[in-house]
Write a protein that binds this ligand. Sequence first.
Ligand code: ADP
Ligand code: MG
Length: 358
Amino acid sequence: PAIELDGVVKEYTAHGEVVRAVKGVSLSIAQGEFFSMLGPSGCGKTTTMRMIAGFEEPSRGTVRLHGQDVTDVPPNRRDVNMVFQSYALFPHMNVWENVAFGLRRKRVPEEEIKRRVGEMLEIVDLAGREKRRPRQMSGGQQQRVALARALVNNPRALLLDEPLGALDLKLRQAMQMELKRIQREVGITFVYVTHDQNEALTMSDRIAVMNDGLVEQLAGPREIYERPATTFVAGFIGTSNLLSGTAAEVSGGTAVLRVGDGQRVLVPVDGGTREGGTVEVTVRPEKIRITHDEPGSDVSAVRGVVSEVVYLGTYNSYAVNLASGAEFTVFEQNARDSSITAERGQTVWLSWQPQHSY
Ligand code: ADP
Ligand code: MG
């Protein structure tokens, strides 16, 4: 592995009080992986990143880079580079000079500087803009200069802390694609910090979802979305519908929740669930079918009243109030005829396959 954290804890003392920013993180990042740390503001992402870079020393635990314990090694002697949200470019230098700066300081021969800076500007698509100053460039271009400056030193890993946070949505989406392409092209490990779930889902090989100083789930984007390990992850990633009820029957790994006349929710459960126990179920809006007719008995089915219908182009979004008091969101793909299945105020059935709830 390129990066390993083992039981890493970081405590700060502020005004005589101990703040536990990171409460025990262990993870392993493979060479060449695009790895993201995703979580709400204040969950400890930046602190974790700064411990990998060496700007912060862990209170406990170890950091290993490429198999070597670097817990006590200063940042400039670690084979990683960091890119920040504020690009921190030198305003009085042009693009070329900004990118060449680190190599000049390391007294790399001028011929090699020329070659490496040229190559790097090619990769970040800024060839021909060498003479521009930072303030003559857009936010996206400045971020690409910052990226080139970090990559030109050939670090074995690049750490990026919310690098697109200052860009507007359209540019951010374009840059997400760019970053992915650049990472593939240079083939080095990227560790990417973001609070934006779409960003993490789009770009990452694997994601560590963090909450309150801990990793709640570490998996690929698809698994995190389809099989969130905790209620926190389910709530943080995408839109979820949550329902709880009493297990009326448990057999063959499935619990049946009775939620009213003719309605039932079939939930896959582990061995620990007993009849009479409380079960929480989560189901994604796009997994639910909305119908007027009662669905077959092999699927989960609940009834509710449509309180809102929103036409969103490629799909329709419904808000449905269930008799239990829960409000469900349902997404319906817009077919060729763009017909809307149900109107506001109508009573409808919502149904989904048992394997789509968790
Ligand atoms: P994130 O990057 O996920 O938003 P941070 O790692 O910046 O989170 O912060 C995690 C927690 O640690 C927050 O509660 C923050 O206030 C606290 N924290 C971060 N840096 C310091 C510091 N230097 N001194 C005291 N508390 C800090
Ligand atoms: Mg942060």
